[in-house]
Every structure is written in structure tokens, then in C-alpha cells.
Design a protein around this ligand. Sequence first.
Ligand code: DCP
Ligand code: MG
Length: 348
Amino acid sequence: MRKILHADCDCFYAAIEMRDNPALRDIPLAIGGTAAQRGVIATCNYPARAFGIHSAMPTARALRLCPDLTLLPPDFPRYREVSERIQAIFRELTPRIEPLSLDEAYLDVSEVRRFRGSATWMARWLKEETRRRTGITLSVGVAPSKFLAKIASDWDKPDGLTVIPPEAVENFITELPVDRLHGVGPATAARLAALNIATCADLRSWSREALVDHFGKFGQRLHELARGIDDRPVKTERERKSISAETTFHQDLPDLAACRAALPPLIERLRARLARHGDPAIKGSFIKVRFDDFTLTTLEAAGAQMDTEHFATLLEAAWQRGARPVRLLGVGARLRPAEDARQLLLFS
Ligand code: DCP
Ligand code: MG
């Protein structure tokens, strides 16, 4: 039985701004782009959340909900520095860490001998040390698998600590709403609701075959998750080399024009993902096209260009290689190694 922690900072960017300027602590505060530049909210503090403001909301809308909102531009170098200090605390506990973004990571502590092997005490220590050394509060989830640990860290935010010991998994899952499962987004949740599936208990009354019929390969996954089965290991990535966003379409895109029309939301997702990783230095871009005969082609370009025109040009060249309907489109960025990025900072 594994012991997995999922640690996630509370309103990360906003927490750093409030720590460094206590006058911001009790007023509605958001970090993001300006309304004039059609910016979106990256995150906001809890007073702002009381107005219904949340991540990815257009700033113009946030200001309508709360005209007194204080808006700050993001300061990525500062957030990255705090992130590195927090990750260093994680590494004092175990090298088996999988960072998901600047403020979030999985830790596999199954082999850790400190605290007599108590994952609960390890989680308390992480929270305590992070607060003491960086002034940031963490919410931590403890469970036998990644998907449960992640749900647990979110359970009692902010400053939460939720432990799901192996013997509690069964009960915990029974009541769990299906939209809390990893990979169930609004679209899948709606399709499940149409089948009268609201909780994992409902899901468990369906056979594997029936779920696969309705949801394809993901049906298999749903069948497992509803039983608490999630064997994904904590992946200690030495270094992330690329970030991408891709979509498999419900219906194949018939031609190049349809593919081009599908690009903007993909690029938007890629941008959001890059932002979540602290806008790392980009050295190239690529497009990925899978045709309806399952052949796959990717096309790469050097440089940091990320705009729609650029990807449309790549798309056109990639599409010509098959010139047939498309099942899947992806856009991505190749990242510069962190060492390079640091060097650049030193010399800029
Ligand atoms: N972020 C972003 N755009 C998003 C989501 C997040 O730029 N759509 C950034 C800002 C967040 C940071 O990533 O501070 C961490 O993301 P989280 O989803 O963990 O959100 P927070 O830490 O801000 O809040 P929470 O307390 O809910 O974890
Ligand atoms: Mg967070």
C-alpha cells in the first residue's frame, strides 16, 4: 500500500503578494491581466472569491462583480523563487516528487522512515516548515493513490490537512460526486448526469463493458476510479522539456479550414498551461496532427512565437502531409532547459 501526499499552496500568487504587503490581506485582491488588454484572472484571494471571482475569469467580468477589486500584474520571477524554496522543503522529505505546477506537487512517501513512517506527521511537518520558512500556507492531502490525495488536498482548503487512510477509501469513494474524478470535465460530467450517474456508487452499478460502450477507453478508467484503483506512479521528472495542449474531436474535422477554426481555443489552453508553469523560456513550437487513418505527423519550428498566425502556418504544412479528415490536433512549446534560462537572467 502506497502513501502519497498531494501538496497545493493556497491562492498561491495572491498569498505571496499578501505576505509581502499586509495591507492587501483583507481586501479583495486578484492577480491577472488588465481588462483593457482583455486579460484574465490568474488567481485571487479569499475575500475576492466571496464575490464569485475565480481563476481564468475575464478581468472585465471580475471588475463588474467587485468594482473595488485590487488588481496586480503577475510577478513570475518572484513566484518562481518562492516555488523553488517550497520544492526544496519537499525534497528534504523525499526525492520522489512530481511537480504539477509552481505551487503543487505529488510526493511518494511510502519509503520515508522519518516520523516513524507516519504520512500524517510528514504532512504536518511540510505545512509547518513551509509556513515558517516562506510565510505561505499549504493544503495537503494524504491517501494511498494520486487521485485520492489530490481530492483530499482540496477537501478542506485553505490550510487544510485531509487524510484518507486505506480503510477509509471505500466509504470516501461511495459518496464522491463523479465530477471530482480525475479527467471528468464538464462535458463528461454532463454525459454521466444524463445516464443518472452522480456519485461513484452510481458508477459502480455499471459494468466495465457498458462504461466502455459509452465512454471508450475512458470508460475503463472510470470503472477503476470508482473502485479507488489508481496505480499511476509519482513521476519524478528531472526536467520538463515541453508543454502542450491537445484535443481529440468527437467528430473528425473534415478539412483544413475546420482545423484552423479549432486552433484558437487550443492555443488559449496552451497559454494558460504555460502561465501555470511560470511562463518558462520557450525555444520552439510544434503542431501535432492525427488523421482519421491514425497516421500521426508533427511539425516543429524554432523560436518563441506562440500566436495563432504562426500555428496556422505550421498547421497548413502539417495538414498537407495527409490532406484528409483529422481526429486530433495538438499545439505545444519546447522549453529551454532551466540552466539556460538562469544564464539568460544573469546576462540580461
Ligand atoms: N493559475 C493561472 N491560471 C489558472 C489557474 C492557476 O495562472 N487558470 C496560477 C495562479 C495560481 C497558481 O497558478 O496562484 C496555482 O494554481 P491553483 O489552481 O493551485 O490556484 P491557487 O493556488 O491560486 O488557489 P487554491 O487555493 O484554490 O489552490
Ligand atoms: Mg494552489
